[in-house]
Write a protein that binds this ligand. Structure first.
Ligand SMILES: [Zn+2]
Length: 615
């Protein structure tokens, strides 16, 4: 069981980001029914809208994120806005359950004209109607939970009923209702299962199964069967990262509902593929090389430090890891969450909590996006996912999933009220102090995640060193009787780690006698730096140059760990020039619009030529 978010208070960089989120976007972007993102639902605007746009998605994302923010903060003004906006949306739901932003002739219940083939698998008539309703269901279910309002859950049910009727008796194929060969509509699996969890009504479980069956019958999509065949994420439909990841969230939830092993196997196969081939060093799903679409995964083995990370993709990746963490309890999913949160997610947010980058690039300019863009709501929602995931509370213990200053307040069945206060400068420093508060002497297991980057660690209880080795889920387990005020100290030394990446292309041919031969015809090598969970970046070199070529892979004697103004930095000494200063990626350039971040530095071909030979 994961505790509700009002039990976890986060401080440190994630706490600052959450505070800014609440004070900024969540309190300003939507306030009431006159806010532009809600006014698009008014009967008059709806009746005139034949554009097929996606602006309606903001309502559901905001309902969901604001609900979580109210639960963790008890902010009265936000709670009042949440209630007012949810009440308004319920009031404009039509008798058949429709709650979108489209005129009747463009709604998802109308059959689409035949779909001409296009590379992006778009319907003949542009539509994001199912997509908008999918987020509305998630938002209304969450608002109903947090505010205790059954009317919001009823509105979500009516949407579910309309979808079930349309896709069932209505004879409409969901693949015709979303671009990317249907992926933008089959995301409905996630809210359908969520409705089933919230209501225990079998018909919403049927809805999710119906969407899955239609998706599997679509040869361009066929997510489960193709994932089990080992296909690369870039080869599913268009390879659109955000949509594919949201579909995987739905499949993971469907596994929770059915316990069908093949659903989990399919999700894990694609998780492994994405983790190995399609994440930046900062943990964001990325792609866009070749620029046919900025938002699709690259073919495997393509590496471009100028690749695009859409903040929506980082958001969906965090949600996927949330599901897998809940199903398996394995540390690797918490690790993936933490890495993307501290780097590519924070790296997309402006410190005022209002602005967000649509895209972030390992190497490239920071650009704060425009009013209606999806990523602003996705970034804000992704942050609100984090507090409930920082700790997992079980009947017999507590797992520490995310490191960073925070406080957990919970109840253990065997031990009564328990608090865990995490006191640390993490992610800048690997010294973590955990203070246990217990209303009475309590026996339970405290499990501490061993970070994947850790090369060593030490553990002490009340100052006495303790030996512990990670269990098969990746946690150090301390199972003991705790007294109020007991203190656990985990020290994980952070050292600079040098990463290497390579963009290469190999041409295959034959020799005159027919033997196969492969020749490397293109090769670029790059290096980058991390320290603990943080990726480090520098700005424009000497204030204007896009890059600096490294003469060789840096060794430890080139690197100085420094601290400037309370923030850690890395100083890289190169021959014949002033040292280069690297700072955490998310802080680089003062987090200002237009600032430049340089994460991957090219390596001299003279150095890499040693390995660039005929294969
Ligand atoms: Zn986006």
């Amino acid at each position: 069981m994961i505790p509700s978010s009002n039990h976890v208070a986060m401080r440190g960089p994630l706490g600052d980001a959450l505070d800014a989120n609440l004070r900024g976007r969540l309190s300003h972007f939507i306030v009431d029914e006159t806010s532009p993102a809600i006014a698009v639902f008014s009967p008059s605007q709806r009746a005139a809208n034949v554009e097929g746009d996606w602006y309606g998605e903001h309502a559901g994302k905001w309902l969901y994120a604001a609900s979580k923010a109210v639960a963790r903060s008890n902010d009265a003004a936000l709670a009042a806005s949440l209630r007012r906006v949810a009440d308004y949306l319920v009031s404009v739901q039509e008798a058949d359950g429709y709650l979108g932003t489209y005129a009747p002739e463009r709604r998802f219940m109308r059959p689409q004209p035949p779909k001409p083939w296009t590379w992006d698998g778009a319907p003949a008539l542009r539509t994001w109607d199912i997509w908008t309703h999918a987020y509305l269901i998630l938002g209304l279910v969450e608002a109903s939970r947090v505010l205790g309002m059954p009317a919001y859950l009823d509105a979500a049910r009516k949407i579910g009923d309309l979808c079930l009727h349309t896709l069932g008796e209505g004879g409409i194929d969901i693949n015709m209702l979303g671009n990317h060969h249907g992926m933008s509509a089959t995301v409905l699996m996630d809210p359908a299962v969520e409705l089933y969890f919230a209501t225990s009504e079998p018909r919403y479980f049927e809805l999710a199964q119906l969407v899955l069956a239609q998706a599997e019958a679509n040869p361009a999509l066929a997510l489960v069967s193709r994932a089990l065949d080992g296909v690369d994420a870039s080869d599913i439909a268009t390879g659109k990262a955000y949509q594919l990841l949201w579909n995987l969230v739905g499949l993971a939830k469907l596994h929770r509902a059915t316990r069908e092993p093949r659903l989990l196997q399919a999700v894990q196969a694609l998780w492994d593929n994405i983790q190995a081939r399609h994440l930046t060093l900062g943990g964001g799903p990325w792609g866009g090389a070749g620029h046919r679409s900025r938002e699709v995964f690259n073919p495997p083995h393509v590496f471009s430090p100028e690749g695009y990370v859409e903040t929506c993709s980082t958001f969906a990746w965090i949600q996927l890891n949330r599901e897998l963490l809940q199903i398996t309890g394995e540390a690797r999913y918490a690790e993936a969450l933490e890495r993307s949160a501290y780097n590519d997610l924070l790296g997309a947010q402006a410190p005022d909590g209002e602005d967000w980058c649509y895209y972030v690039f390992p190497n490239g300019r920071r650009v704060h996006t425009t009013y209606w863009r999806c990523c602003k709501s996705s970034g804000a929602t992704a942050l609100e996912e984090l507090p409930p995931l920082a700790y997992a509370v079980h009947a017999n213990g507590i797992d520490v999933m995310l490191y960073g200053a925070s406080e957990l307040r919970t109840q253990l069945p065997s031990s009564g009220a328990v608090t865990v206060v995490q006191d640390t400068r993490y992610p800048f420093d690997g010294r973590i102090r955990l203070r246990i508060g217990a209303e009475r002497a309590a026996r339970f297991a405290l499990r501490l995640r061993v970070p994947a980057w850790a090369q060593a660690w030490s553990l002490a209880i009340n100052g006495d060193p303790v030996d512990a080795t990670p269990d098969d889920r990746g946690f150090l387990v301390i199972d003991r009787a705790w007294d109020n005020g007991d203190e656990v100290r985990l020290d994980v030394p952070m050292r600079v780690q040098v990463h290497h990446a390579c963009d290469r292309n190999v041409q295959e041919s034959r020799t005159p006698d027919g033997s196969p031969v492969a020749q490397e015809v293109l090769r670029y090598d790059y290096c980058a730096f991390s320290r603990g969970p943080l990726v480090y970046s520098t700005g424009l070199i000497d204030g204007y140059r896009l890059q600096e070529t490294l003469p060789a892979v840096p060794t430890v004697d080139w690197i100085d760990d420094v601290e400037e103004g309370g923030q850690p930095a890395i100083s890289l000494r190169l021959p014949g020039r002033a040292p280069l200063r690297f700072e955490p990626y998310y802080l680089a350039g003062g987090r200002e619009d237009g600032s430049w971040r340089l994460t991957w530095l090219p390596l001299s071909p003279l150095e890499s030529s040693a390995s660039a030979k005929n294969l």
